[in-house]
Design a protein around this ligand. Sequence first.
Ligand code: GTP
Ligand code: NA
Ligand code: MG
Length: 455
Amino acid sequence: SNKSTSNLRSPVICVMGHVDTGKTKILDKIRHTNVQDGEAGGITQQIGATNIPVNAILDQTKMVKDRKNIQIPGLLVIDTPGHESFSNLRSRGSSNCDMAILVVDIMHGLEPQTIESINMLKKRKTPFIVALNKVDRLYEWKSQPKMDITNCIALQKKNVINELTEKVNGIIVQFAEQGLNVKLYYENEDTKHWISMVPTSAISGDGMGNLMALVVQFCQTVLLKRLMYSEQLQCNVLEVKAIQGLGTTIDVILTNGRLKYGDTIIVPGVEGPIVTHVKGLLMPEPMKELRVKNPYTKFNEVRAAQGIKIIAKDLDKAMAGASLLVANQEDEINICKAEIQAEINEALKAIKLQDRGVFVQASTLGSLEALLEFLKQSKIPYAGIGIGPVHKKDIMKASVMLEHDDQWAVILAFDVKVEREAQEIAENLGVRIFTADIIYHLFDAFMQHREDLKK
Ligand code: GTP
Ligand code: NA
Ligand code: MG
């Protein structure tokens, strides 16, 4: 690469859309992974990131007509959940990105969370392109994944082309109702003002190369200035997660600047800014998802843009959705703390605890927040929260509610282990524990319990 572009960072791309439109499958196709098959109920309930290096892009865009040179060092892609309860994670993903891929099921058109995603993107003025996914569902569609999608379409029977045109025109009208002008990318000559759409199939692979090429091209034209690497740290906490053997860790998106082993970092926390030191910077291999259990590699230094798991002490009370700062000198610590406190105050509004209420324990902060949102909507107060396994101390806290009102002596445990000792104490004291690995099942079990109590 030449001098003017050698200092580009990877763009951060967020994949958004309604539930089951194929967001995770699209990434699986690109990564040659099976993350979606491993998800409980086929539902994405966490947020993570994947690095797609240039060689993978080159390899997978071979069939694309008029393919441009690649100047960016790769793509950093964030997958988000499409289920209604996870608007927190859609918001977090989209607020951390340079552009988005909005995935629409070509057979269904725009759906409620498509529109919610559009509104989030509009609010932050985040540009996006549209993947019209599941094109293989068109009746009598013939897959040609090794071809440019325009050639593939040209080879389809007339009835297939008619159905495609009809679906596309319907979707154009639906976008117009949202105040957006969209066009198929190969009819779009003004990518600054018109949003491009590309038909794809995450199953057969049709259009996948075109999708990647479109993202790269958009980044290298419209977003080029924004992608100049800067040493000015820009780092945001994406997720807080308990990992066996590592304790509570944070997953961050490092958009600009660098992080080093031993750095003094100021991390947002529910009880105020946390000052700690980087004890480990972990990243999965390229093409592997940060949120999935993979062998991680340890680095002494990481330069943006990357998704990184940080190991450090005192992260139990860490929170997501706010910045992480590095203090290079002792006297910077207080300045950093003040800066982060302002962000914390904003983000904390979502978590506020009550004196009386149920206890919630989850594997990640993102899913915990989704549970809290559900409780809020159902007018159920919550008095305690935690990330990671349910221990004896959690039962003891919940048991205090027995003195007030039995119905609150409840622990909702999502995707976490309940320690044997904790289970026994809960049974002895009369604290109810509900467990599930799909948040909707947890909602249902708890709602049923409340119904039973009323009888
Ligand atoms: P959430 O994360 O739960 O919102 O879903 P998602 O958007 O990530 O969708 P996911 O990847 O879980 O796919 C949902 C279902 O659609 C799965 O059964 C996939 O196999 C299927 N699917 C995804 N993409 C395609 C496609 O291009 N064609 C067809 N026929 N099926 C697809
Ligand atoms: Na799904
Ligand atoms: Mg998914």
